[in-house]
Design a protein. Structure first.
Length: 128
């Protein structure tokens, strides 16, 4: 996103700022996340598409050469060995636009995150 652009208010506004081939990828990621977490809510945080489910679930965004995927959990990299093929750190994963997008892996990570958030919410409830 260019510095002087206004922040998008919806996923569709965000997607519209990219070339059509990237828009298709973003929409497929959105669909994969919705399928894996049907009760999650869409919002924009940090100027990026974000899904919320009992707290932050996942963020994602398009960049010049990659899709940034932010699972919001340090445990994702530990639990998915397939992520060793992708650059990033424990909180960020870079999926290159020059390679096929791993939608199945995104699905698995989102389901993992849903379970993490459910477990965290249950633990919080027990402490009260």
């Amino acid at each position: 996103m260019e510095p002087n652009q206004t922040a998008p208010k919806t996923f569709d506004e965000y997607f519209a700022g990219f070339p059509s081939d990237v828009q298709v990828i973003l929409e497929k990621i959105r669909t994969a996340i919705r399928k894996a977490a049907p009760d999650a809510q869409e919002t924009i945080k940090y100027k990026m598409p974000t899904f919320m489910f009992q707290g932050n679930l996942v963020y994602f965004g398009a960049f010049k050469k990659h899709i940034g995927f932010y699972p919001g959990s340090k445990d994702v990299r530990k639990n998915f060995k397939e992520l060793s093929a992708y650059e990033g750190n424990e909180g960020a994963i870079r999926f290159p636009l020059s390679s096929p997008m791993p939608y199945d892996l995104i699905d698995k990570m989102v389901k993992f995150r849903v379970n993490e958030n459910i477990e965290r919410a249950a633990t919080k409830g027990k402490k009260k």
